[in-house]
Design a protein around this ligand. Structure first.
Ligand code: NAD
Ligand code: UFG
Length: 338
């Protein structure tokens, strides 16, 4: 199949591109490199031994997206091209709504005009909101989000569901990711956050390598076994494999499916820090600080639907996630543009 990866040079997109190409699919990347580097595309080509057509385009640019779809006769679109920094979305809500929703609408319009009928969407566990108890199951209704980033995901899910209801030809798979970490086992591609990392694992890795002085653990007074928050961390390569299955499912079915991509097992922040230290034989400086606004004490996935519908389960464990993160960090201490 021919698959357009909108935002395919980013963290999850680049790993997915490798696994799709390895599964025999043709991949086309459209990215404006707002939060990524063209070097990621070079590395995808190096890892797969395949030439990957890539375009430096803003996915809100309808004429350009239309041209790409015409040129490549696309079968399926995966939409990764979102702004994703939770804190920044509170400061810049209009930019977040504009970018995330406009890219979705543009892709849907271009798909309609070019007879492309399969859409896989990068959604998030954040849409379960504050009301739903863990584990999160796909039958729960979407909840209230604590920030504009989360609302863009919730709104985009609604838009996609409505679009597939109105068009019986359109197949939509809404993938709700839990907490992706890790990197390709080669250490050639990985997560390369710009500036100070917002997320836990890149902060740990940058602290371990000496780019940050110490990790602050946000809160140790939560109602969890050790007082720190618990999340469902998933290896990015498992997530990438989930996309391969989701694309194949979307191309063979119609309607909308919501699918969690998580492991079903939560780990606390302290457990992650200690697992990283143990797997890599290195100390991570940390201190406890106040809670971060908007953080929920704990959530994890009910992951049975992915297994039933896609035949997918996560295969890599926490040690793999810690080792592969560190392998990427030590081989690329300053990311792609070192
Ligand atoms: P990322 O920032 O590494 O990748 C997103 C890519 O999209 C980047 O390469 C960026 O340059 C590109 N992009 C953004 N806006 C664009 C536009 N208008 N036109 C063209 N390209 C554009 O992020 P990621 O971690 O790979 O996440 C991918 C998707 O998954 C995002 O939609 C994100 O919200 C979602 N998601 C991520 C996580 C996570 O923890 N990483 C969790 C849940 C959901
Ligand atoms: N944390 C720290 N110190 C840090 C960074 C994070 O203690 O420097 C803690 C957080 O408080 C939280 C846990 O580590 O308890 C995980 O935090 P992340 O920022 O790595 O991840 P979140 O669970 O907050 O959010 C992530 C994505 C969101 C997505 C959400 C649910 O960043 O985009 O998972 O899928 F919506």
């Amino acid at each position: 199949m021919k698959i357009l990866l909108a935002g395919g040079a980013g963290y999850i997109g680049s790993h997915t591109a490798v696994q799709l190409a390895n599964a025999g699919h043709e991949v086309v990347i459209a990215d404006n490199y707002y939060n990524s580097s063209p070097e990621a595309v070079n590395r995808i080509q190096e890892l797969t031994g395949k030439e990957i057509p890539s375009y430096d385009v803003d996915v809100k640019d309808k004429a350009k997206v239309d041209q790409i779809m015409k040129e490549h006769k696309i079968d399926c679109v995966i939409h990764f091209a979102g702004l994703k920094a939770v804190g920044e979305s509170v400061q810049k809500p209009i930019e977040y709504y504009r970018n995330n929703i406009d890219t979705t609408l543009t892709l849907l319009e271009c798909m309609k005009e070019n007879d492309v009928h399969a859409f896989v969407f990068s959604s998030s566990a954040t849409v379960y909101g504050e009301e739903n108890p863990a584990p999160y199951t796909e039958t729960m209704t979407r909840g209230r989000c604590s920030n504009p980033y989360g609302w863009t995901k919730s709104m985009m899910e609604q838009i996609l569901e409505d679009a597939s209801k109105a068009d019986p030809e359109l197949s939509v798979v809404l993938l709700r990711y839990f907490n992706p970490i890790g990197a390709h086992e080669s250490g050639r591609i990985g997560e390369d956050p710009q500036g100070i990392p917002n997320n836990l694992m890149p902060y740990i890795a940058q602290t371990a390598i000496g780019r940050r002085e110490k990790l602050t653990i946000f809160g140790n007074d939560y109602p969890t076994p050790d007082g720190t928050c618990r999340r469902d961390y998933i290896h990015v390569m498992d997530l990438a494999d989930g996309h391969v299955k989701a694309v194949e499912y979307a191309c063979e079915n119609k309607g909308t499916e919501i699918i969690n991509l998580g492991t079903g097992t939560p780990y606390s922040v302290l457990e992650i820090v200690h697992a990283f230290e143990k797997s890599n034989g290195i100390k991570v400086n940390f201190e406890f600080g106040p809670r971060r606004e908007g953080d929920l004490p704990e959530f994890w996935a009910e992951s049975e639907k992915a297994e039933k519908l896609l035949g997918w389960t996560a295969k890599r464990n926490l040690e793999d996630m810690c080792r592969d993160t560190w392998n990427w960090q030590t081989k690329n201490p300053k990311g792609y543009n070192a």
